[in-house]
Design a protein around this ligand. Structure first.
Ligand code: AMP
Ligand code: FE
Ligand code: FE
Ligand code: ZN
Length: 291
C-alpha cells in the first residue's frame, strides 16, 4: 500500500468538518485554508448528505499543502433518534448512494418548509428568510433556520435557537426522511467507503445500546469517533471498550462548522495509524495528497 506512506504523521489529523455545502458557514475552499492556517496536515470534509464540496476543497488542498480525505456525514435515524454515520473515501459515482442522498436532501427541503410554516404562525419568519441563509444546493437543515432566526433577532445564536424554537421537543420540529444506520453503513460499504459512527456518546435522543452497536458492526461499521466534544467521559470509556472488543478504528475530530458552532479545528485529532487503517479499508476513492 504505497499511499499509506504518504500520510503526514507529523501534523495533526482532523477527520470531521462542515462547509457551506451543508451547514458550515465557510466555503469548502475556506475550510481547507483555515485548516492549513491551524497547522493541520490532514483534513476530512464531511458535509451532511452531500459530496458537493469535494471538488473545490481538492483544488485548495493541493494549493495549500494539506492532505484531503473526501468524506460525508450521513443523517440516519433509529425511530425518533438521530444517528450520524461518517463515510470516508467513497466512490462519488456510486448510484445507490447518490440516490439515497438525493432522497434525504429533497425530504430535508419539504421538512424545512413545514417547520418554517409552523414557526411562521408564531414568529415573523418566512421561507425566503431561510433560503437566504443557505448556499445554492446546500443540504438544508435546522442550522439555516437558526441563522434566519438570528438575523431576525429571534435568537442570539445557533446554540440558543437549538435550545428553544428548534429543539426537537420545542413544538416546531418536523422529521425528514433518513435511512437506518444499517442501511447507511451498507450503502457506504457498497460505494467502497469506510463507515465510522459519529459522536456516539452525544446527549439528546439516545438510541445506541450495546445490542444496536453489535448490529452495526455486523453490517460493516469500521470505526467509532471517540474524540469529540459531545461524547461524555463515561461514554468514551464504554466506546473504547467496544472498539477494542470489535477491533474498530478509533477517530477523534472537531466537527468544525465555521462560526456555526464553538468547535475549533484540531480540538480533537486522529492518530496516523488509525487514518492508515481507514485508507487501507477504502476502495471507493483516494486521499488527495499535496503536490
Ligand atoms: P438537522 O439535521 O437539520 O435536524 O440539524 C442538525 C444539525 O444541526 C447538526 O448537524 C448539527 O451540526 C447542528 N446543531 C445541532 N445542535 C446545534 C447547536 N446547539 N448549535 C449549533 N448547531 C447545532
Ligand atoms: Fe451539522
Ligand atoms: Fe453529526
Ligand atoms: Zn458533523
Amino acid at each position: 500500500m504505497p499511499q499509506t506512506h504518504r500520510i503526514d504523521a507529523e501534523r495533526p489529523i482532523d477527520l470531521h468538518t462542515h462547509s457551506t455545502a451543508s451547514d458550515g458557514t465557510e466555503s469548502p475552499a475556506e475550510v481547507v485554508r483555515q485548516a492549513a492556517r491551524a497547522g493541520l496536515g490532514t483534513l476530512a470534509l464531511t458535509d451532511h448528505d452531500t459530496m458537493d464540496g469535494w471538488v473545490p476543497a481538492r483544488a485548495t488542498a493541493r494549493a495549500v499543502g494539506v492532505t484531503l480525505i473526501p468524506g460525508i456525514e450521513f443523517s440516519t435515524q433509529i425511530g425518533p433518534a438521530s444517528v450520524h454515520v461518517l463515510g470516508y473515501l467513497i466512490d462519488p459515482r456510486d448510484e445507490p448512494l447518490r440516490a439515497e442522498f438525493d432522497a434525504v436532501r429533497t425530504s430535508r427541503i419539504t421538512r424545512a418548509e413545514r417547520m418554517v410554516e409552523l414557526i411562521g404562525a408564531d414568529y415573523p419568519l418566512t421561507w425566503d428568510d431561510v433560503r437566504a441563509e443557505a448556499a445554492d444546493g446546500a443540504t438544508l437543515g435546522r442550522p439555516h433556520i437558526a441563522d434566519a432566526l438570528v438575523r431576525k433577532g429571534l435568537a442570539t445564536d445557533r446554540t440558543a435557537a437549538f435550545a428553544s424554537i428548534l429543539h426537537w421537543q420545542g413544538g416546531y420540529f418536523v422529521p425528514h426522511h433518513a435511512p437506518s444506520p444499517l442501511e447507511a453503513i451498507r450503502l457506504i460499504r457498497g460505494a467502497g467507503g469506510v463507515p465510522v459512527l459519529a459522536h456516539p456518546g452525544s446527549r439528546g435522543r439516545r438510541a445506541m445500546t450495546p445490542a444496536t452497536f453489535e448490529g452495526l458492526v455486523e453490517a460493516g461499521l469500521a470505526g467509532v469517533e471517540i474524540g469529540h466534544r459531545e461524547n461524555s467521559p463515561r461514554s468514551r470509556a464504554l466506546l473504547a471498550e467496544l472498539a477494542a472488543r470489535y477491533d474498530l478504528i478509533v477517530t477523534g475530530s472537531s466537527d468544525y462548522h465555521g462560526r456555526g458552532k464553538p468547535n475549533r479545528l484540531g480540538e480533537n485529532t486522529t492518530e496516523p495509524d488509525q487514518l492508515i487503517r481507514i485508507i487501507d479499508a477504502a476502495t471507493g476513492s483516494e486521499p488527495v495528497y499535496p503536490d
